[in-house]
Design a protein around this ligand. Sequence first.
Ligand SMILES: [Zn+2]
Length: 164
Amino acid sequence: MSHQPVIDGLELAASGAALRGTFPLDGFARLRGTLASDAGEVAYVVQGLRDERGRPCLRAKVRGALQLRCQRCLEALELDVDVDKVLVLAASQAEIDAEPAGSRGPDRVLAGRDMPVRDLIEDELILAMPYAPRHERCAAAAPASAGARRFPFTGLRGLVRGKN
Ligand SMILES: [Zn+2]
């Protein structure tokens, strides 16, 4: 295994520092199975900051192109990803669980001293994916097999942190 970057979330938020780099798509264990091709990479920036309420946060930016599969014609479909999201750090899982269910607050993530950056970025990529990707102008007139096919993304979402 190659070395993977980790961050101390609270430390990064306090310092306001930023970490940037790229991840190859074939390194995303959860995501890659849903891709038509895992060639290529995404560029990311994780920056520490405090929000207007003084809470420690991470701002995650991810850019790249994902090769998905159109759920109608099953051909490749390129999805441009351009995520820019602020995650509010929580000191404990209990703090996250105490949030009222369904609240429209910001995304929470559990702070740690060695948070794997790749997992953070992979979560954001999974959340950026449509439930059922389809070409805007698809060559197939009708769903390939109506009803029989379960979209792979619905299950994948269960692997992402929190209740969002
Ligand atoms: Zn299609």
